[in-house]
Design a protein around this ligand. Structure first.
Ligand SMILES: *Cc1c(COP(=O)(O)O)cnc(C)c1O
Length: 428
């Protein structure tokens, strides 16, 4: 009979690499209990939301044409509303990405002369063109007369309260928070920190609207930002909440009156949420949401293992293996382009799909430097599945995330290290 080591061997892994990883794994193992507790809590939260909304087989049917009275679509949105403790929700497969969901959230609310203040520094790369911080042919927030300012995080990677207070001495309509690190060298922000800063900004300006980019943050904690005072949050269904099963889509949840405005931007003013097809996606969206707490916990354990392995090898990693986490992203600073490229190629070769493909850096739409992406996923571009990406710019940081199971995420870490060794870039 074949044992697991024979399969590791068949998959190109040497015993010495596996032993190295499993030694690191033993050291982080005690952290897994806390992660399992959060997964259990969120599994019950999702189950409760599905029962509460009387989910039934009929909700997996779908409409055609305008899509009026689509009860499946309504059921999906009601379940999301309950899970996120929000008043209303938009959850649609026609939202093409996280960036699209965030764009709808911002453009649905912000009007000429209103001011948006990002209190987590420069937002995620793809939002630069949405805001107007880098040029494009399309109409940006700056083009329509929105005023944009930002306050960077402090040196500890948390909210800079003094600077936020000072920035808010000018009228502020929207406070923008990015929960996850994205392509930045920082940790994700904890829900407790987000709760505290929301209290502060609401005290200064009770009517300002707090928006959160929740991408990669879902189910990392016992609460979501909407449960601690955020007015609107948005994210992608091909990240955490889609559980690897949603084929595409995005969500925006929050206050009813704000969701109505965003819905008017998504379809048309006066039509809002009443139209729009689900193309048979209600079942995978809901089944994915059901799986998501467990999937996210596996990805999180894989990220911690990745941190432990590369930190032990002497690389700077962020977050550190011991840090408490608020997203599933692991950043590793490799310092040279050949190492980041080799790391990403290792992840690609660990994939169930397109494992034989060699990824190359390319100019991805929406990003300002060339990016290499390793993504051998069942759903194209899905980054809740095992994936890695790296913008090709100093100090050459690779971002590792995902894995539909912990075992696969672990295999990704093993294969990346084996690939770096095979290219003589790392010796253990
Ligand atoms: C992924 C991500 C986005 C954008 O989502 P896409 O689906 O790639 O458009 C925005 N913000 C953060 C923090 C992200 O991680």
């Amino acid at each position: 009979m074949l044992n697991k080591y024979s399969y590791y061997h068949k998959l190109g892994i040497e015993q010495i690499t596996l032993s190295y990883i499993e030694k690191c794994e033993a050291q982080i193992n005690p952290q897994f209990k806390a992660i399992d507790d959060i997964a259990e809590f969120n599994q019950l939260k999702v189950l409760h939301a599905m029962q509460e909304n009387k989910l039934s087989d009929i909700h997996f049917n779908w409409n055609t044409g305008y899509g009026y009275d689509d009860i499946g679509r309504d059921a999906v949105e009601n379940v999301y509303k309950t899970v996120f403790g929000a008043e209303d929700a938009i959850v649609r497969p026609i939202i093409v990405s996280g960036t699209h969901a965030l764009t709808l959230m911002l453009t649905g609310i912000l009007r000429p002369k209103q001011r948006m203040l990002s209190i987590t520094g420069r937002p995620y790369d793809t939002l630069e063109k949405v805001i107007g911080l880098s040029k494009s042919e399309s109409m940006s927030l700056l083009d329509i007369g929105v005023i944009y300012d930002e306050v960077p995080l402090n040196l500890e990677g948390s909210f800079d309260v003094t600077a936020i207070k000072e920035a808010m001495s000018k009228p502020t309509d929207v406070i923008y928070i990015q929960r996850s690190a994205g392509y930045a060298w920082r940790r994700g922000l904890k829900i407790s920190e987000i709760a505290e800063v929301i209290k502060l900004v609401k005290k200064i300006a009770p009517n300002c609207i707090v928006m959160v980019d929740n991408c990669y943050g879902e189910f990392l904690d016992y609460q979501e930002p909407t449960e601690v005072g955020a007015d609107l949050i948005a994210g992608s269904l091909i990240k955490n909440p889609g559980g690897g099963l949603a084929l595409s889509g995005g969500y925006i949840v929050g206050k009813s009156q704000l969701i109505e405005q965003v819905a008017g931007r998504m379809t048309s003013p006066g039509i809002g949420k009443e139209c729009g097809l689900t193309f048979g996606q209600t079942r995978p969206i809901l089944q994915g949401l059901f799986m998501a707490p467990k999937v996210v916990s596996g990805a999180l354990k894989g990220a911690i293992l990745c941190a432990k392995v590369y930190e032990t090898l002497g690389y700077k990693v962020n977050p550190s293996p011991e840090a408490s986490r608020s997203d599933i992203i692991q950043a590793i600073e490799f310092g040279t382009p050949d190492k980041v490229i080799s790391f990403c190629r290792g992840i690609q070769s660990a994939s169930p799909i397109d494992s034989f493909v060699t990824p190359e850096p390319w100019a991805m739409p929406g990003y300002t430097s060339d990016v290499i992406m390793a993504a051998g996923a069942f759903v194209q571009g899905s980054s809740i599945e095992l994936s890695a990406d790296a913008p090709i710019r100093p100090p050459y940081i690779a971002y590792f995330q995902g894995g539909l199971t912990y075992e696969h995420s672990k295999f990704g870490v093993i294969k990346s290290l084996q690939t770096l060794q095979n290219s003589n870039l790392i010796t253990i």
